[in-house]
Design a protein around this ligand. Structure first.
Ligand code: GUN
Length: 292
């Protein structure tokens, strides 16, 4: 293996310890406990698991959490009314509406309703709009892309002037990751399902962020020697040697890529743990904005 492994688990742990220390400091100063409100609509088991792990992280870091669950047949008005209530609740520092919501809910309208000071996911159009514009600062950066950039910075990878390629243009990862890289002065190309000769584009990348949701699509011979590879993919593949019968792999073929890349994140233990760590950091920031 030639690549240096970027240990997301260890870096996330360090972020969590820093957040916990700040939370304790605020509490000692008599300030209100930073509190995250999560909104889950429906019964998707993956979403329920994500929301539960966010609540658990809050408890571990000394933060409060409020978990709101609406049934799958909740109306648009019920979801919006819940968000309005959380916006108005002074105990709530941050609001996270778990995505995806059931198809009959207009996600755009719900996200637009979240108060910008409580938008710890960074998905409200105001935060994304600020991220997209020069000289404007979002109050919050979406957690997974924020984690990707944080990993690059911690590994000492120079972003300014680098050719960065982002695979995927989702609202949650690809698009905000591209905007963040531009704001850090990288030259950015975004690849997606209609891109011609993706391998040739990826071969130009000094920095690759793969968030396209295709099992081990990026092969070793796509990687520019020495490149930094951040793998956001979480794909389950059958594995008879595991008790669960499956294992998780990324969007990058790790065994091949690690021989060529300069830096690489593993799956699991790379980007995954960073998402919640950055959410905790954003929730602390929300509390600091609301009560300096
Ligand atoms: N669904 C998948 N990732 C995310 C995330 O980061 N935030 C929310 N709210 N929903 C998600």
């Amino acid at each position: 293996m030639s690549a240096q492994l970027i240990d997301g688990k260890a870096i996330a742990q360090k972020v969590r310890e820093e957040v916990a220390a700040q939370v304790a400091k605020r509490s000692a100063a008599g300030k209100r406990q930073p509190t995250l409100a999560t909104v889950l609509v429906g019964d998707r088991p993956d979403s329920a698991a994500y929301v539960a792990s966010k609540g658990k992280a809050c408890a571990e870091l000394g933060m409060g959490s409020i978990s709101q669950h609406l049934p799958a047949d909740a109306t648009q008005e019920q979801v919006e009314s819940l968000v309005r209530q959380l916006n108005a609740d002074p105990k709530v520092s941050g609001i996270l509406v778990q995505l995806p919501m059931p198809a009959h809910i207009n996600e755009e309208r719900v996200l637009a309703l979240i108060s910008i000071e409580k938008d710890v996911d960074g998905f409200s159009p105001l935060n994304i709009g600020r991220l997209a514009q020069k000289g404007r600062e979002p109050l919050f950066v979406p957690c997974t892309p924020y984690g990707c950039i944080y990993l690059l910075e911690q590994a000492g990878v120079k972003i300014e002037g680098a050719n960065a390629v982002v695979l995927g243009r989702s609202n949650i990862v690809g698009m905000p990751a591209a905007l963040l890289l531009i704001s850090r002065n990288a030259t950015v190309t975004v690849c997606h399902s209609r891109t011609r000769d993706m391998a040739a584009v990826v071969r130009q990348a000094d920095i690759l962020i793969a968030a396209i949701g295709k099992t081990e699509m990026v092969r070793g011979d796509w990687i520019k020697p020495g490149a930094a590879v951040i793998d956001v993919g979480i794909n389950s593949v059958p594995d008879a040697t595991k008790k669960s019968g499956h294992r998780l792999v990324g969007d990058v073929n790790f065994e091949e890529a690690k021989e060529v890349a300069g830096f690489i994140t593993p799956v699991p233990g790379g980007v995954g743990p960073m998402t919640i760590a950055m959410l905790m950091k954003n929730t602390l920031r929300a509390a600091e904005i609301q009560e300096p």
